[in-house]
Design a protein. Structure first.
Lengths: 114, 115
């Protein structure tokens, strides 16, 4: 299966700042997703990153807070804007192995907002 | 609609004993079922899946899972647990006829294997 590289792997950020997380897949994939995993919680889907068009956001997530880019079939970014301590979480990039049917994940980006 | 339940927040087992992590699901049609594992400070790793065919599915690290349609379950099992199996385990389901590629994840079960 493909390998996903995410960076940064972790960061400590100040309230009110923004941080962009990068996700690179080592092969072309049709579908990429961004998830949030709050401490001790399951995965919550933020959005589907669409290549060449605006991302599709899940209920409770908006583009102004979580702008997403997907310029090609191997790369996506997620920005967490105007951060507050409530945004402290693990953010996971994921891609679909369409032939096999399962998702594969990056190692996650662990953000702490002070 | 699709949903998945992992009824246990935590499972404790002694090393060498068999382990079971439970998962039940609900879909309108037929399911795709998945198990993932998350080791501390890591992303999710795919363990195994049921798509069609044999109800007993074998996966990575000696894990297996049994699809039971009548009980709508897909429990994860391993005959002999290792301390290194201690991790967070997620079950996920996707409805084959739902038209979406996005699975629904359970809340996760923390497996603790004691030496």
């Amino acid at each position: 299966s493909a390998v996903i590289s995410q960076k940064p792997s972790r960061d400590i950020c100040q309230r009110g700042t923004s941080l962009t997380i990068q996700c690179q897949v080592d092969s072309q994939v049709t579908m990429m997703f961004w998830y949030r995993q709050q401490p001790g919680q399951s995965l919550t889907l933020i959005a589907t990153a669409n290549q060449g068009s605006e991302a599709t956001y899940e209920s409770g997530f908006v583009i102004d807070k979580f702008p997403i880019s997907r310029p090609n079939l191997t790369f996506s970014t997620l920005t967490v804007s105007n951060m507050s301590p409530e945004d402290s979480s693990i953010y996971l990039c994921s891609a679909l192995n369409q032939e096999a049917g399962e998702l594969f994940f990056g190692e996650g980006s662990r953000l702490t907002v002070l | 609609a699709q949903s998945v339940a992992q009824p246990e927040d935590q499972v404790n087992v002694a090393e060498g004993n068999p382990l079971t992590v439970k998962c039940t699901y609900s879909v309108s049609g037929n399911p795709y079922l998945f198990w993932y594992v998350q080791y501390p400070n890591r992303g999710l790793q795919f363990l195994l899946k049921y798509i069609t065919g044999d109800n007993l599915v074998k996966g990575s690290y000696g894990f297996e899972a049994e699809f039971n349609k009548s009980q709508t379950s897909f429990h994860l099992k391993k005959p002999s647990a290792l301390v290194s199996d201690s991790a967070l385990y997620f079950c996920a389901v996707r409805d084959k006829s739902g038209g979406s590629y996005i699975p629904t994840f359970g809340r996760g079960t923390s497996l603790i294997v004691h030496p």
